[in-house]
Ligand binder design. Structure first.
Ligand SMILES: [Zn+2]
Length: 306
């Protein structure tokens, strides 16, 4: 099955990533001067990206940084190269948008997008133009520019994140936020851009479909160690930060949303850095049972895994 990144969504933007040799879903690390929250534009921006692009094209949040030693996913790399050339779009924008709309029409819309337990995945999307009303800037370190919109989380999740970071620090584990909120507008512009270039079927294999990224809920955040090492890449799994999170995140209402061995249920590869806020009650139950949010909500049987 093909998986695409929940967080892979900002293509353009990512000159930063390249510099840092980081990858992942976010614009990540570092003072990314270029990192803008603005929706992906189109051709012009692309040229800027040159060699960067890793992020976007990679299938998952976490895919190892193409720039580094790990080879990027097959479907990603080719694309990347192409994108840097600012090719003429294959489809007129209007057609691409219509294709995207048609594809989106097949995905179920969640009834309560503002619920702390909202289930957003490849089969369930947020309503068109859903925007959380209580987004704030959590007071924690980030590998993002100070005013980046991607720092934001919904208020309750932000407070919980601050408590989690403080507790980690007390245990000698210094965390940093890598990427949190992503607006629907941004996601949509980005996706349309890819559809225009590659067609809807191909685009959905490497870019999250608008409305289906958990980052749009304002309840999800990718984290790393303060040094940014292994940010949103698979090597994060072996860090002490990942181990601390796996052990304690639920105490603050967060779950490791895409656990190892549950790929068939979540639709995503193991992403030890992607935290989802659901509140302590649900988080503790999910952790205790070793299940996913899908299983907790009864959308799929708990035995369906593996
Ligand atoms: Zn993520």
């Amino acid at each position: 099955m093909k998986r695409f990144a929940n967080c892979t969504n900002h293509p353009i933007i990512l000159v930063t990533a390249a510099l840092l040799a980081l990858s992942g879903c976010s614009g990540l690390a570092g003072p990314a001067p270029q990192e803008k929250t603005a929706p992906p534009a189109t051709a012009p921006e692309q040229t800027k990206q040159k060699s960067v692009k890793p992020e976007e094209s990679k299938p998952a949040d976490q895919q190892p940084a193409p720039s580094a030693k790990t080879a990027p996913p097959a479907e990603a790399k080719p694309d990347e190269a192409k994108q840097t050339e600012a090719q003429p779009p294959k489809k007129p924008p209007a057609t691409a948008a219509a294709d995207t709309e048609a594809m989106l029409a097949d995905i179920e819309v969640v009834a309560e997008p503002a619920s702390m337990a909202v289930l957003v995945n490849k089969q369930r999307k947020l309503p068109e133009n859903y925007t959380p009303t209580d987004l704030v800037f959590p007071n924690v370190p980030y590998l993002l520019p100070k005013k980046s919109e991607k720092r934001k989380l919904r208020k309750e999740a932000a407070a919980a994140l601050e408590a989690l970071f403080a507790a980690a620090k007390a245990d000698g584990v210094s965390l940093a936020g890598v990427s949190a909120y992503r607006s629907h507008t941004y996601q949509k512009a980005l996706f349309n851009h890819y559809v225009q270039k590659d067609g809807v079927e191909k685009a959905r294999t490497y870019s999250a479909v608008p409305g289906t990224s958990e980052h749009e809920t304002g309840l999800a955040i990718d984290v790393s160690g303060i040094d940014g090492k292994c940010a949103a890449t698979s090597c994060f799994a072996d860090t002490k930060e990942a181990k601390w999170l796996a052990e304690h995140a639920q105490e603050y209402g967060f779950i490791i949303r895409y656990p190892e061995g549950k790929e068939a249920i979540t639709g995503y590869m193991y992403e030890p850095w992607h935290l989802r806020y659901v509140g302590t009650e649900i988080a503790k139950e999910i952790k205790a049972q070793g299940i996913t949010l899908e299983e907790y909500l009864g959308v799929v049987p708990a035995s369906a895994s593996e």
